[in-house]
Ligand binder design. Structure first.
Ligand SMILES: Cc1cc2nc3c(=O)[nH]c(=O)nc-3n(C[C@H](O)[C@H](O)[C@H](O)COP(=O)(O)O)c2cc1C
Length: 369
């Protein structure tokens, strides 16, 4: 049996295997972003992962970009998430909360009734579902320099709520074309203050968020997700190699537990010229744990662990349809295919109704005795 199943230290935590459940928004919180018992059941079913990273939770109402996505801003959110973390812990699992602010990838009806905010007044590429139907993303309002401090504080506040909700740590979403990523990349950031210009300036917001969250959690319970190849929402940077090297070196100095580095997905590859082999590419600049994700299967995962291109591997879509994914990989059993029609939506269909493997008949006999 390969390295996927060997335990590893992650900051102060000992985790049982190298298999991480990637953060995935499933839009099954209530309309106020509060999680409940169905969500607790879904995450508990997947607690065989060495670590679960929760779906992204908004850190302020103005950072919401997806209906029925969870929040982490008030005590109702804390109570709902507590249900989830208790259920995962009861099954022996570990779970980090992913925190996001969607920035320009939103619209007023989601972002507290106001124009979405962003580093610069440049609209995201694409369309968003509004109460009037699908519309182009609106042109966002560029944040004042002074306002940025407020958003950094909101990240700290949400991470305090994550602690109260019983999470084991937090992952800061700095990819996917959302607010932090919008600051990082030249296609969405043309600021002339200390948050724009050179790559070090464009990374400043990310580093300030990490520092503020570290005051709550300690740096060794923080991960940061980066998606250097992502082209969703029209994300683009003039020199991604330099940008992401600066980002990873800075995160190394801050001493965080892990960087979650996503490889190009099918949609990125369609766009042509994108960075590839990102975990291995940026690994030399980071001394903490490197987590690779994006289009992995067990064989590819073993290969990257073997080459020491990463310490952990995240799996997204396969975890949707295989609640017991680590067990199936360990036994080399066939994997179920996920149905994209039910990735987002309501209720248990395509959420909690994917079955686990039947227990071996011998085990069933033992249980029945
Ligand atoms: C339904 C769905 C929702 C997702 N939501 C999030 C999210 O909330 N935060 C995030 O960082 N990534 C999100 N992702 C991206 C995944 O974390 C992951 O990086 C991606 O699916 C690639 O991994 P895979 O090929 O193993 O699925 C989502 C992906 C899917 C399929």
């Amino acid at each position: 049996m390969g390295r996927l199943f060997s335990p590893i230290a992650l900051g102060p935590l000992e985790i049982g295997n190298r298999i991480v459940m990637a953060p995935m928004s499933r839009t099954r919180a209530d309309e106020n972003g509060v999680m409940g018992s169905l969500n607790a059941q879904y995450y508990a079913q997947r607690s065989g992962a060495g670590l679960i990273v929760s779906e992204a939770s908004w850190i302020s109402p103005s950072g919401r970009g997806l209906a029925n996505s969870p929040g982490l801003t008030d005590e109702n959110h804390v109570a709902g998430w507590k249900w989830v973390t208790d259920s995962v812990h009861e099954k022996g699992g570990k779970i980090f909360a992913q925190l996001w602010h969607c920035g320009r990838a939103s619209s007023p009806h989601l972002a507290a009734g106001e124009a979405p905010v962003a580093p610069s007044a440049i609209a995201a590429y694409g369309r968003i579902l509004t109460p009037e139907g699908f519309r182009n993303f609106p042109v966002p309002r560029a944040l004042d320099t002074d306002e940025i401090r407020g958003i950094v504080a909101e990240f700290a506040h949400a991470s305090k709520n994550a602690k109260d909700a019983g999470f084991d740590g937090v992952e800061i979403h700095a990819g996917g074309g959302f607010l932090i990523d919008q600051f990082l990349q030249t296609g969405s950031n043309v600021r002339r203050d200390k948050y724009g210009g050179l790559s070090a300036n464009r990374c400043r917001f990310l580093f300030e968020v990490v520092e503020s969250v570290a005051k709550v959690w300690g740096e060794d319970r923080i991960g940061v997700k980066l998606t250097p190849s992502n082209r969703d929402f029209g994300m683009i940077d003039a020199d991604p190699q330099i940008l992401f090297t600066t980002a990873v070196k800075g995160l190394d100095e801050l001493g965080i537990a892990y960087v979650h580095m996503v490889e190009p997905l099918e949609s990125d590859l369609k766009e042509g010229d994108v960075l590839k082999d990102n975990a291995q590419r940026f690994r030399p600049y980071f001394r903490g744990r490197m987590m690779a994700g994006g289009r992995f299967d067990a064989a590819k995962a073993e290969m990257i662990l073997e080459k020491e291109g990463a310490d952990l591997v995240s799996f997204g879509r396969l975890f949707i349809s295989n609640p017991d994914l680590p067990e199936r990989m360990r036994l080399d059993k066939p994997l179920a295919k996920p149905d994209p029609e039910t990735f987002h939506g309501e209720g248990e269909k395509g959420y909690t109704d994917y079955p686990a493997l039947e227990p071996h008949p011998y085990l069933r006999l033992v249980e029945e005795e």
